[in-house]
Design a protein around this ligand. Structure first.
Ligand code: DAK
Length: 261
């Protein structure tokens, strides 16, 4: 039995972290199952991924405190690397990943959401980095991604105070893109994922890569990254089809469908 449920809706893969008794906290087994679920995705078919938590209370309530409590320094470093490798897998997955944050996103939960490309949340979502209250630093990229996503000053405040914030504040500081009533969150995330999946797949992947690869580069180098990816789109059939579709003034033309070629 896996802690990650994988469901396909057309070209969208929905991954649900399913450990409700511990509010979906990330122990080694959950992390292993998440890695396996990501590796199992058929990227010839899947054009967008949504990650959520089971139940209506928690996305992920952090790394598993019980499992972490007895780690040695070496084991702690290895646990950090395990999480980092998996979250980096999400960040560098060729297709976009949306986090549908349906409740607590604390510590490793916020870090998982931040490794995703887009974050939407429910009204009851709570975000925070409680680690310093447990005697540790954030360990799955929290110090790095939060500072890049919001601002160094806001990341300092959240991480050093260990104070949680609610959905409206997460929206205000740009940690999430939108807030929905709980029952509307997953439909909204899937609707967005399907809208992304309907666009030219190569171009969508190239956009993710351009943003991800370019963000940490000086502007001149980042623009070269964009130029090369832009140019490569012109070698695809989808570019020819997409532009021809626009130029075709026939009002009765069939709906636009990209073939991923
Ligand atoms: N780990 C393990 N179990 C957890 C958990 C967690 N993070 N969060 C909740 N649970 C379990 C609770 O122990 C409880 O289990 P039972 O007692 O029923 O067996 C069950 O989930 C329900 O939780 P509560 O009874 O506490 O539920 P409440 O509604 O009263 O409270 C809560 C919900 C989310 C406010 C509360 O559970 C809570 O404060 N949880 C802990 C949140 C937290 O501190 N999360 C951050 C964990 S630290 C690193 C690598 C990684 C990390 C850091 C460093 N390196 C390698 C350097 C990451 C660190 C973290 O994520």
């Amino acid at each position: 039995m896996s802690y990650i449920q994988v469901e396909y809706q057309e070209q969208v893969a929905l991954l649900t972290i399913d450990r409700p008794k511990a509010l979906n906290a990330l122990n080694s087994a959950v992390l292993d199952d998440l890695a396996a679920a990501l590796d199992s995705l058929d990227l010839a078919v899947v054009r967008c991924v949504v990650i959520t938590g089971s139940g209506s209370k928690s996305f992920v309530a952090g790394a598993d405190i019980g499992e972490m409590s007895s780690l040695t320094a070496e084991e702690g470093e290895a646990f950090g690397k395990k999480g980092n490798d998996i979250f980096r897998k999400i960040e560098t997955l060729p297709v976009p990943v949306i986090a549908a944050v349906n409740g607590f996103a604390l510590g490793g939960g916020n870090e998982l959401a931040m490794a995703c490309d887009i974050r939407l949340c429910s009204e009851n979502a709570v975000f925070g980095q409680p680690e310093v209250g447990l005697g540790i630093t954030p360990g799955f990229g929290g110090t790095q991604r939060l500072a890049r996503l919001v601002s160094p000053g806001m990341a300092m405040q959240l991480i050093l105070s260990a104070k949680n914030i609610k959905a409206p504040e997460a929206l205000r500081i740009g940690l999430v893109n939108a807030v929905y009533p709980q029952e509307e969150l997953l439909p909204a995330a899937l609707k967005l994922a399907k809208a992304i999946a309907a666009n030219a797949p190569y171009a969508v992947r190239a956009c993710k890569k351009a943003i991800r690869d370019g963000i940490d580069l000086p502007m001149d180098e980042a623009l070269v990254v964009e130029e090369k990816l832009f140019g490569s789109c012109f070698a695809t059939e989808d570019q020819k089809y997409g532009m021809a579709y626009f130029l075709d003034k026939n009002k009765d033309k069939p709906a636009k469908v990209f073939q991923n070629k």
